[in-house]
Design a protein around this ligand. Structure first.
Ligand code: APR
Ligand code: ZN
Ligand code: ZN
Length: 371
């Protein structure tokens, strides 16, 4: 039987979000209904609201979530009713070219629920909703593909582990999965918002040294240090490329930059800093998301060739939820990964516009809606 629940919808481009009633169908084959416990507010939700992702309004926002499986479709065996899960947007298909060659993290055909949730009230009642990243979890309940539910330790704090569903995983994975950072390697992270700080926490967890945080905001740098940065560079005051080279050269004789530089801003000028701040044969990881108009100007091709190494991008931290979420929750439970530090505030379902407004000044890593 279809259920009616409260949820946060972006009805029209650019307009404030609204709390409305939506219809959530019973799970069909391959689907699950999840009672949502927590959902973080991410920049991507704001991008959806502004029409920056696509025009498929109305959107059901929210995608960094934890919850409890309430019902599953008849054929579902991967999760069961009552399981505590973190929702993911990489339910791999197992059949596409990427999956077949063993690169599941690049799956081209990830699964979402086949049925649609709909608006339950107003003149447009019955309109199908587009769930953000195929999740839509600013809702008391949501319908997803069963593969989007990753079972984790049920005693973990929902607001903290739910953040693994997007930004925190993107950052940790950018350092560890895409950058391949390990003990004995140096890293610099440019941009210390939620994603960059997660990259710093991941690098510290993997034993990297030095771990250099770069930002133009002193408050962000202070937070980065708490999360494991060994050095901080205020790039509004100095040339970050020279500073990264200097720090790495002090730690490792002969080093001409960092082994891995993670760009977590998504701008050409910071990507260029990353390009020149890495050591010879080092790796650049672009995890910040550029806009379609951005270009990297004046990059001599001889520098791309001559410096060697790898220029990579990292989608969702190249994560495999079934491998990475339980492992990171375990490290959190042991006190080795401080996911609580990402939860700046717990808020209600009516407070999302206020949380969007707070994103623009530097005090908040994540506002998390508790449902
Ligand atoms: N140099 C260094 N740091 C900068 C610069 C710059 N020129 N410009 C901005 N920053 C810093 C900001 O001060 C802020 O700390 O980058 C950080 C960006 O953080 P957030 O806005 O909180 O964004 P976050 O959620 O971390 O996401 C970062 O990753 O997923 C993508 O779309 C997301 O592109 C965005 C990026
Ligand atoms: Zn696939
Ligand atoms: Zn997100």
């Amino acid at each position: 039987m279809t259920q009616q629940v409260k949820a946060v919808v972006a009805r029209v481009k650019g307009a404030p979000v609204e709390v409305v009633t939506i219809n959530v169908p019973d799970p069909g084959p391959g689907e699950a209904v999840v009672k949502v416990l927590s959902c973080g507010v991410c920049h991507t939700d704001l991008h959806y609201r502004e029409g920056g992702i696509n025009d498929e309004f109305p959107f059901l926002l929210g995608h960094e979530a934890s919850g409890v499986v309430e019902a599953v479709g008849a054929d579902v065996t991967s999760v069961a009713v009552g399981d505590f899960v973190v929702l993911n947007w990489r339910a791999v298909c197992g059949e596409c070219r990427a999956c077949r060659r063993g690169d599941l993290q690049y799956c081209f055909n990830t699964h979402n629920a086949k049925q649609r949730m709909t608006l339950a009230e107003g003149p447009d009642a019955g309109t199908e909703l587009s769930p953000a990243l195929g999740i839509g979890a600013f809702a008391e309940k949501t319908l997803v593909a069963a593969g989007q539910c990753t079972k984790v330790d049920a005693s973990a704090r929902p607001a903290a582990v739910g953040l693994l569903g997007c930004g925190v995983m993107a950052g940790i994975g950018a350092a560890i999965n895409t950058g391949g950072i390990t003990r004995g390697r140096s890293i610099a992270v440019i941009g210390c918002g939620g994603v960059g700080v997660a990259a710093i926490a991941g690098a510290a967890l993997a034993g990297a040294s030095p771990v250099i945080a770069v930002d133009i905001d002193a408050k962000k740098l202070a937070k980065a240090r708490e999360m494991g940065a060994t050095h901080t560079v205020d790039s509004s005051q100095c040339d970050p490329v020279a500073e990264i080279k200097r720090i790495c050269g002090e730690v490792y004789e002969g080093a001409e930059g960092a082994d891995v530089v993670v760009e977590a801003v998504g701008r050409p000028e910071t990507w260029k800093q990353a390009f020149y701040a890495r050591d010879l044969a080092g790796t650049v990881v672009l995890v910040g998301v550029p806009t379609p108009d951005m270009k990297v100007p004046d990059l001599p091709l001889i520098d791309v060739f001559g410096r060697g190494g790898a220029l990579k991008s990292s989608w969702y931290g190249d994560c495999l939820p079934s491998r990475d979420f339980p492992m990171l929750v375990d490290l959190y439970q042991q006190g080795r990964l401080d996911l609580d530090a990402f939860v700046t505030e717990e808020i209600g379902i009516d407070d999302i516009e206020a949380a969007f407004a707070k994103m623009h000044h530097g005090d908040v890593l994540r506002s998390v809606v508790i449902l």
